[in-house]
Ligand binder design. Structure first.
Ligand code: FAD
Length: 457
């Protein structure tokens, strides 16, 4: 007998329930990845993610080959291709991980209908993409999801997670199944210069080193911009090269305040997944309707361009936006302050910023990106809609000596210490020598506009 495992956002061999179930049920397994043009058409296939994805697929293929198998890659609409592969190899079952987005729901429904016609069973596995599956913990009183993190986290922490499943020893793939060539990272154009290497092995190495060296300090240091002590695991989690359940398990095994703080962040990830699973429309629409009168795209055009290019005249904002462009990644504190700057200080629709992040982030994730943007913009759940992050206050707190700014804004590299955060206060002669813009907005005026628009003057 044969089974197909459709890999989606779970590009790994360890702790992979669909693969485990398929290997148990069948003698031969087809590990399948489909390059769906629908993903590209919807604008979700940014070069930085394509590059990282190519690494993940190469690593998955190498891992399968070590075990006697290989990865099968096809291009085309995912439902059609999966059904075709199942028919070609006479598979009795198709296994895949449950997803939460609209795209994932359509994929599941489409597969169910297509496979049923051919008498093939579809098995959808929970808790693969998240540690705790959406819907596992729900509030008493009938709501389908928790809208507030703290009570969610309390219940989430009590959920019993499976023991992590080891990678299989052997995977037999039917010889006759045709595969296309794997996409190659070197063929992807327009990739940011410092996008990290992807794949399960790279992810495991990164996590092991981070757990050994930095996890203990995570609770104290996670907001330190120049220290850069967070795990940088988000791209690996986005593509499922690492299992979130296994990371929770390994962090708890190590224990301590740093490990607990890290587990809490993984719970935030699950929290957003359960919100979006219950409200898939929140990927585009405000979770809470606010009827915000954002500035029109035309009014805000020059400001948006300056924000995207990292030329707002606020060094901390510009450093962060340039980190995004150079690495396809940004520190969480930097994401918070740049998003607040766009949505609140410049008063631009959060979707404009979310789109730009998705164009560049290696971890760009429809769930975490949109829900975090909504959280900052005040349209989301469990948010403080009236809080505005002042970039100068943020800079002084989280980059006190200005090292983060100097790392990413070369025009300011010669400005020593904390003075780098306010170039407009430098002596006129020194200021004139810097090819660095004046601030595009007065912070007090930005705040006034925001308060007026929100009716809280
Ligand atoms: P660590 O601090 O080491 O945290 C460990 C893991 O916990 C992360 O890898 C991530 O999977 C999860 N996590 C941490 N913080 C959050 C959070 N606030 N929400 C959800 N999960 C979290 N994260 C994404 O994975 N993809 C996105 O597209 C994304 N867009 C964001 C947009 C904005 C405006 C903001 C404010 C945050 C966004 N985040 C996003 C959340 C967070 O910034 C990143 O997950 C984090 O910076 C990744 O770095 P790290 O792996 O070193 O995190």
């Amino acid at each position: 007998t044969t089974a197909v495992v459709l890999f989606t956002s779970d590009l790994r061999l360890s702790d992979h329930p669909p693969l485990r179930a398929a290997l148990r049920a069948a003698d031969e397994v087809v590990p399948l990845f489909v390059q769906d043009p629908g993903v590209r058409a919807a604008g979700f296939e940014a070069p930085n993610r394509r590059a990282f994805l190519a690494d993940c697929l190469a690593s998955l293929d190498a891992g399968l080959r070590k075990r006697g198998g290989r990865l099968v890659v096809r291009s085309g609409p995912v439902v059609r291709e999966t059904a075709a592969v199942a028919a070609e190899c006479g598979a009795a079952e198709v296994h895949l991980a449950a997803g939460v987005t609209r795209y994932a729901h359509h994929r599941e429904e489409g597969l169910r209908t297509a496979l049923e016609k051919d008498g093939v069973e579809l098995h959808v596995h929970d808790a693969v993409v998240t540690a705790v599956a959406p819907g596992t913990v729900v509030p008493s009183g009938g709501s389908d999801h928790f809208a507030v993190f703290t009570p969610y986290f309390r219940r989430w922490s009590d959920v019993h997670l499976r023991e992590p499943l080891g990678a299989p020893r052997k995977v037999r793939v039917p010889a006759e199944v045709r595969s296309e060539e794997l996409p190659r990272r070197a063929d992807v154009p327009d990739v940011s210069p410092d996008v990290p290497k992807g794949g399960e092995d790279a992810g495991r190495r990164l996590f092991q080193r981070w757990r050994r060296e930095d996890m203990a300090g995570y609770e104290d240091d996670h907001d330190d911009l120049p220290g850069d002590g967070t795990s940088r695991l988000s791209p690996f989690l986005h593509f499922g090269a690492l299992s979130p359940a296994e990371l929770v398990h390994l962090a708890r095994e190590r224990g301590g305040a740093g490990a607990e703080a890290f587990v809490r962040q993984l719970a935030w990830r699950d929290f957003h997944y359960q919100v979006l699973a219950a409200r898939p429309a929140s990927a585009e629409k405000d979770y809470r309707t606010r009827h915000d009168a954002w500035r029109s795209p035309k009014q805000a055009e020059a400001d948006v361009t300056a924000w995207k290019e990292g030329r707002t005249g606020y060094p901390i904002v510009d450093a962060a936006m340039r980190q995004l462009r150079a690495e396809g990644w940004m520190h969480n504190r930097a994401r918070l302050l740049t998003a607040s700057f766009l949505a609140k200080t410049l008063y631009v629709d959060w979707r404009v910023g979310a789109r730009h992040f998705l164009d560049l982030l290696v971890d760009g994730d429809l769930v975490n990106n949109q829900m975090n943007w909504q959280w900052v913009a005040g349209t989301g759940t469990d948010t403080r809609p009236h809080r505005v992050l002042n970039p100068l206050v943020q800079a002084k707190r989280f980059d006190p000596q200005g090292d983060y700014v100097r790392r990413y804004v070369p025009e300011l590299r010669e400005v020593a210490g904390r003075r780098v955060h306010e170039p407009w206060k430098l002596p006129a002669e020194q200021r004139a020598g810097l090819d660095y813009p004046e601030p595009i907005v007065d912070l007090d005026e930005g705040l006034k506009r925001f308060k007026q628009a929100r009716g809280r003057e």
